[in-house]
Write a protein that binds this ligand. Structure first.
Ligand code: ADP
Ligand code: X2W
Length: 287
């Protein structure tokens, strides 16, 4: 069969456009938060895994922090428990905490690790308990006790650095460890934001189930300043699960991470589209 020149030239053009980014980003760390809504089926996970492996192959250091809210929710449902959220945080009693730790540290984490391995990468799954990676303390919301929900107290990045140096891709579940060795359920966006700050990442990438941060008419907003974002929170344009996401993006860039982006993780190869094209995709927040 003769080669389709137009399509081959398009491929060549895409590769050429990627070259300056590959050069600029080599050796840099990228924290990629993979939300539970963007891992709805095996094809989506496989596409994500291919992007991550390609990043590693061209010399970048991806660090994956994953969520799994919907997966926790459906398992709780099987047990006859309803999910309840306050300001985007799951109310977590002891039984729920067990499910969170099993789902995030077990099934979800290992599905991502296996998908990366299948694409030829070397991935190692961790929770915040491993190597004392994420130390947590109890989080209350406006004085309200919401159970075993934590916030990040400190991150000890040594285990991540060792893995990076050994050519492995760390895949991190957002379960923190308290002073008594107890588990805390932490919103994955908050962990990703802190991880990006501690590692002084080049970019924090937040993959979700929306094309980016949208205005009330559904238009994707980008290049936002801090006061603009504050206005959007005040007038209710940003609500629910987008609140911790945007907050951690702002905190990350304020603490030295160069840029944060919110992108549509349901889109095939969204990570590569954002990294390696001139236009990028989604909502960009700069420091
Ligand atoms: N301004 C906004 N733009 C886009 N999505 C928003 C906005 N405000 C709230 N959201 C909601 O936030 C959701 C993403 O947060 P969340 O469900 O926690 O995702 P994830 O599981 O990826 O962390 C979107 O699906 C949408 O319902
Ligand atoms: C405290 C809290 O809400 N923790 C989250 C942790 C998982 C998560 O953040 O998952 P997504 O990124 O898929 O939303 C939860 O229990 O759902």
């Amino acid at each position: 069969m003769p080669i389709d020149l137009t399509s081959a030239q398009t491929t060549a053009r895409v590769l050429t456009e990627a070259l300056p980014y590959i050069r600029r980003f080599a050796g840099k760390t990228f924290v990629v938060k993979y939300g539970g809504n963007a891992m709805k089926d095996d094809d989506m996970i496989a596409s994500f895994a291919r992007d991550i492996v390609l990043m590693k192959r061209v010399g970048m250091h991806p660090v994956v922090v994953h969520g799994g809210g919907p997966q926790i929710g459906s398992h709780l449902e099987k047990l006859g428990k309803e999910s309840k959220f306050i300001e985007g945080m799951r109310v977590t009693d002891d039984e729920t905490m067990d499910v969170v730790e099993m789902m995030l540290g077990g099934l979800v984490n290992k599905a991502i690790v296996a998908a990366i391995q299948k694409q030829g990468g070397q991935a190692v799954g961790l929770t915040g308990k491993d190597g004392g990676l994420i130390r947590a303390r109890k989080l209350t919301i406006k004085g309200q006790d919401i159970g075993q929900v934590g916030e990040v107290e400190a991150i000890d990045p040594r285990v991540v650095k060792h893995l990076e140096a050994g050519g492995f891709i760390p895949v991190i579940a957002p379960v923190g460890v308290g002073s008594q060795g107890e588990a805390f359920n932490i919103n994955a966006d908050l962990v990703a934001g802190k991880m990006a700050s501690v590692l002084q990442a080049e970019k924090l990438m937040l993959l979700t189930n929306a094309p980016g941060l949208m205005d009330k008419a559904g238009k994707v907003l980008t290049g936002l300043t801090v006061p603009q974002v504050e206005g959007l929170i005040a007038d209710g344009t940003i609500y629910g699960g987008m609140l911790p996401k945007i907050q951690c993006a702002l905190d990350a860039v304020a603490s030295g991470v160069k840029t944060a982006v919110i992108i549509d993780g349901r889109l095939d190869h969204s990570v590569l589209l954002e990294l390696f094209t001139d236009e990028g995709i989604g909502t960009l927040i700069k420091g």
